[in-house]
Design a protein around this ligand. Structure first.
Ligand code: ATP
Length: 249
């Protein structure tokens, strides 16, 4: 379901980022509405992660980032963040339960997890249909399973905005659809907005309400069709995806 302008929204205006004297982002203005799924695309080094990091308050920026609740009241949003998939050593001995318990409660990973904490972890994993993963070793999870665990972590507590940095990388095609269907379910169930970056354009039509094409500045914003068929998109990626879009990388 597309976003509902006029209710809550994230408003980014004239955002600029300069790191080590180099301009990374400039003139970034866009709006993310309630329940909207927005995809951020652009070549390597375009500034996608930097934009996320500025919204998260991790790097300095110029311009403004504001969040308004329904009724137009300014507020500090709760933001859930799924970083670019970390890789774990296959032999890493920590279970999903230990990892999760340590992350949400600072419970030491070398102590047995008490019952109430196990129940909490089970409840969190259930939000992503991941209860069955609780005893698996974190290093043995597939790309899609690891993304689900990281997503469950970002949903505790339930945020108003969910940001995912390349959630589809390292996930196979079947897993991609599972994950994106889950994001769609989550935004409706918890009434939140989602901003994610991707290099996979084949899923955009089905899952994104809006797409931003970024290369230091916003080159194009619109529906997936509008962006994928724009001269700006073809110029940046030197390709023509035809009617149905395709898959880069
Ligand atoms: N801490 C930093 N100091 C200086 N330059 C940085 C820093 N972090 C990122 N950059 C530069 O900012 C630019 C944008 O990087 P960023 O990671 O935001 O791009 P991206 O679009 O997420 O790329 P990718 O698709 O490869 O993940 C790059 O040129 C990068 O080298």
């Amino acid at each position: 379901m597309p976003g509902k302008p006029g209710t809550c929204r994230l408003q980014v205006r004239d955002l600029g980022v300069t790191l080590e004297g180099e301009s990374i982002l400039r003139d970034i203005t866009f709006q993310l509405n309630c329940r909207e799924i927005m995809a951020l695309i652009g070549p390597n080094g375009a500034g996608k992660s930097s934009l996320f990091r500025s919204i998260l308050g991790q790097i300095p920026y110029s311009g403004s980032i504001q969040f308004q609740l329904a009724g137009g009241y300014p507020s500090h949003p709760k933001i859930g963040y799924v970083p670019q998939s970390p890789s774990f050593d296959r032999g890493y001995p920590i279970s999903v339960l230990d990892f999760f318990a340590a992350a949400i409660s600072r419970w030491p990973v070398f102590l047995p997890v008490p019952g109430h904490l196990r129940d909490k972890v089970t409840e969190c994993l259930a939000r992503v249909h991941g209860e069955a993963l609780i005893q698996k070793r974190i290093g043995t999870l597939s790309g899609g399973e690891l993304q689900r665990v990281l997503l469950a972590l970002a949903l505790e507590p339930i945020p108003q905005i969910l940001i995912l940095d390349e959630p589809l990388s390292g996930v196979d095609v079947g897993g991609e659809h599972l994950l994106l269907d889950m994001l769609d379910e989550i935004r409706q169930k918890y009434d939140l907005s989602i901003l994610f970056s991707t290099h996979d354009f084949s899923t955009l039509r089905h899952y994104a309400d809006k797409v931003i094409l970024l290369q230091q500045a916003i080159l194009k914003v619109g529906t997936p069709g509008e962006v994928l068929h724009s001269p700006e998109f073809q110029a940046v990626f030197h390709l023509n995806l035809g009617e149905e879009g395709g898959c880069a990388q």
